[in-house]
Design a protein around this ligand. Structure first.
Ligand SMILES: Cc1cc2nc3c(=O)[nH]c(=O)nc-3n(C[C@H](O)[C@H](O)[C@H](O)COP(=O)(O)O)c2cc1C
Ligand code: SF4
Length: 776
């Protein structure tokens, strides 16, 4: 082989390499720039996508997701908050409350919810438990329909959980009646609400065991006396048979009544709605229907307010109807409690603060017109303000405001008030209405007591409220809109009625009825016709078919003259002569006697247009002895349709004591009867057509009526309210005889006047046997 000879493949390779190098040299700049750019792009993309693209999901990220969810749930189910609707967990078949599972949280919303729940408390929820016992299935049927109603409510309201129906024969009473339901979910949150439906059996039965269990729990020294106080509330409905057990004293629904009392003790008085009772042979369906409607409303109220609502002084306390003095004493005690650091003198000053105003006002201008002469402008309406804006009569920060609210008044606007009258409370409990029920057919639980003017121009010795209300001869305050007063008075009244729902003995059906005001007594502390827009206010009452009973003090003739028609118009006649009147009413007007007489004249003129009444309050030692003749003269002058005679009620206030008033001044009923008999005879001697028509011995009150209301030998003192409103709305002319109706026989003079539909009780609430009670 020739060593100088080069192999062919090597020549080809060298040639190719040479070509490639020539290409590189020709294009190397392009390659370098392109490479750099590509690297930059790759680097940028890598940085942007970061770990996601470089790391696979790790256990650590999964854990973090789960932790987030847990935190969200923790916020939603924070210990103070309630478990949301657990309806899905209940199948209705079990006797035990269901455990609520954790709420499923999806998407981004939980984070938002978690954030919000840190600031806003979640809405509470309520779980109703319906307990019942039934031997012959009546109660079971009612309990089933209660379950149906509440299940329906629950389906419409997320905060009311599905109710549980539990037969007391099968549940372990310890599980529910020692400290409330014991399940994880319930311990955690919802407000439990107990409904107990029970028949009564005067033989040994499961109900006897149940009662024994409640009694033992209460007395067990190892257990708190109110172990069920964590319940949101409770209510009981009883079934009984009036044929065999006609009245409560004779055992009607006795066991339901007893259970209601024990539960009040065990729950620390959490009766959320009054005890309902139904007679299995007559009204049980209706009574149960009304009861459950009330429960539904109550559950919603609890959710809205977060509690059963507070009792207000003077409203929640079940004061007995003849217990006014005790109520007054309580007020004193409360004010001492409220102002513990005030010395005795200061407190007295607070109570008497309004008296300071009296002195300024006494110098008011006189009403100089004599009777039968045209009425001059009454100085009552306005007083000069020297261009200054008028002030509130009862400013919120004033001691008067504090004192009146302490006594249970709700102050409406700047000069009006409303208060639940003690008779309204008594009637709610079926313990009797005031005398107006016997005389005029006003059931007290349908009556609102209010005044559009807390100020008065008298300081009557027997007015147990005075000393706290402002007194004046002139209206010198700002004037509130009547609509504001009307709405505020109704609201205040209903609020106080609602507070009565947990008071022992309140009857469910009366409670329901009371939620529609039918009558308004404009007779609270103060002088209603003092309010310059009283006629507009009356129009509002009548537009809602609320009757108006207006009492005035016979000191404002111009206002009386201008007053529109009311259902019944009163003037207080506290004495038969000038001196007596000065002593008793302690009027601020110097010309009080002239004003008084002018008012009687006006009343006489109105007697064929509306029912007019003289109200006489007898104070022994002041205006009773030898005054029958004087009163007869006044009746002759005013010719009222009716004369109400009432013995004064002793109020025990310092102001009364200061006026020399003691228990000795309270006449016995027999003395009131003697006086009325003497007055009636004096009227007869004057040829006046009057007679003794009715009585309410319970409150020492007797009615003398004009014989215009003696129709076919029967007294017609009652009012036909429908007729009154029909005539009023028709715009026709009508008079008192057009809307009267027969007086009930039990109310006739001699029959006592106690409504047989009510139950008489003594001061301790024990039934009284003698329903007639005539202390002659
Ligand atoms: C033996 C017996 C005793 C009863 N005792 C009373 C009673 O003391 N007071 C009452 O109001 N009703 C009494 N009842 C009437 C029942 O309470 C009434 O029939 C009720 O509707 C029964 O309810 P239930 O069917 O759910 O068991 C008695 C009935 C029976 C058969
Ligand atoms: S009329 Fe007077 S006493 Fe009778 S219920 Fe009404 S406010 Fe009370």
């Amino acid at each position: 082989m020739d060593m100088n000879e080069t192999p062919a493949w090597l020549v080809v390779f060298a040639d190719r390499l040479d070509g490639a190098l020539a290409f590189w040299h020709a294009h190397r700049a392009v390659f370098v720039v392109g490479g750099v750019l590509l690297s930059l792009v790759l680097l940028w993309r890598l940085r942007r996508r970061g770990p996601e693209t470089v790391r696979a999901p790790s256990p650590a990220t999964e854990e973090k997701t789960a932790w987030l969810d847990t935190q969200v749930n923790k916020n939603i189910f924070a210990p103070t908050q309630k478990v949301p609707n657990a309806r899905s967990s209940s199948n209705g078949a079990s006797n035990k409350p269901k455990t609520v599972g954790p709420r499923v949280v999806t998407g981004r919303r939980p984070a938002v919810q978690a954030k919000r729940s840190q600031h806003e408390p979640a809405r509470p929820s309520i779980r109703p438990y319906i307990f019942y016992a039934s031997l012959t299935a009546n109660t079971k049927t009612i309990a089933d329909s209660v379950l149906e109603r509440l299940t329906d409510l629950s389906s419409r309201n997320n905060e009311i959980l599905e109710p549980e129906l539990l037969d007391l024969s099968y549940v372990d009473l310890d599980d529910y009646f020692i400290s409330g339901p014991k399940t994880q979910a319930d311990a955690q949150s919802p407000g439990n609400f107990y409904l107990v439906l029970l028949p009564s059996y005067d033989i040994d039965s499961i109900i006897t065991n149940f009662l024994e269990h409640l009694r033992e729990t209460h007395h067990d020294f190892r257990i708190d006396t109110a172990p069920l106080s964590l319940l949101a509330g409770y209510s009981v409905f009883g079934l009984g048979d009036k044929e065999g057990w006609p009245t409560e004293e004779q055992g009607f629904c006795s066991q339901a009544i007893e259970v209601d009392k024990w539960l009040a003790k065990l729950t620390g008085r959490k009766r959320a709605y009054p005890l309902g009772l139904g007679d299995v042979k007559s009204d049980v369906q209706q009574a149960a229907g009304e009861w459950i409607s009330g429960i539904q409303q109550t559950l919603q109220d609890i959710l809205e307010q977060g509690s059963l609502g507070e009792g207000a002084p003077g409203s929640g306390a079940p004061v007995e109807s003849d217990d006014e003095a005790a109520e007054e004493e309580d007020v004193g005690a409360e004010s001492e409690e409220e102002f513990p650091d005030l010395g005795r003198k200061k407190r007295q000053k607070l109570n008497n603060s309004s008296n300071a105003v009296d002195v300024e006002d006494v110098g008011g201008a006189s009403f100089r017109q004599k009777q039968n002469t045209p009425l001059a402008v009454d100085f009552t309406t306005y007083s000069a303000t020297n261009g200054q804006p008028r002030k509130a009569m009862v400013p919120k920060e004033s001691p008067t405001y504090a004192a009146l609210t302490k006594q249970g008044y709700t102050i409406v606007g700047s000069h009006s008030g409303v208060k639940l009258c003690r008779w309204t409370k008594s009637a709610l409990r079926g313990r009797g209405s005031c005398y107006k029920n016997s005389f005029y057919g006003i059931a007290s639980h349908l009556c609102m007591e209010t005044t559009p003017s807390l100020s008065c121009s008298n300081k009557c010795v027997f007015c147990w409220r005075h000393g706290t209300n402002p007194v004046s001869t002139t209206w010198r305050w700002e004037v509130d809109d009547p609509q504001l007063i009307f709405d505020g008075a109704k609201e205040g009244h209903y609020k106080k009625i609602k507070m009565m729902k947990g008071v022992p003995g309140v009857r469910a059906e009366r409670f329901q009825e009371a939620m529609r005001i039918r009558h308004c007594a404009l007779s609270l502390v103060g002088e209603p016709i003092f309010y310059p827009r009283i006629n507009e206010f009356l129009g509002m009452l009548h537009s809602e078919r609320i009757s108006s009973f207006l009492v005035c003090n016979a000191q404002h003739p111009q206002q009386l003259q201008d007053l529109d028609r009311v259902t019944q118009l009163y003037v207080s006649i506290d004495a038969s002569n000038k001196e007596s009147l000065r002593k008793i009413d302690r009027p601020l007007h110097r010309d009080f006697w002239e004003r008084f007489n002018a008012c009687l004249d006006i009343l006489r003129e109105k007697r064929f247009v509306q029912r007019t009444v003289f109200r006489l309050t007898l104070v022994k030692g002041f205006n009773v002895e030898d005054e029958a003749e004087g009163y007869a003269d006044l009746v002759q002058k005013g010719l009222p349709c009716f004369v109400e005679v009432k013995g004064v009620t002793y109020c025990g206030t310092t102001s009364a004591a200061g006026a020399g008033l003691t228990m000795q001044n309270v006449p016995f009923y027999g003395e009131v009867v003697d006086f009325v008999t003497a007055l009636n005879a004096a009227l007869e001697r004057r040829g006046l057509e009057y007679g003794i028509a009715a009585e309410h011995a319970h409150s020492c009150c007797i009615l003398i009526a004009s014989k215009r209301f003696l129709i076919d030998g029967v007294w017609n003192t009652v009012i036909d309210y429908d007729k009154f409103f029909n005539s009023l709305e028709s715009g026709e002319n009508f008079g008192p005889e057009d809307y009267c109706a027969p007086t009930a026989e039990w109310a006739w003079f001699g029959n006592g006047g106690f409504d047989p539909r009510d139950e008489r009780v003594d001061r301790k609430g024990r039934p009284k046997e003698d329903k007639k009670l005539i202390e002659i």
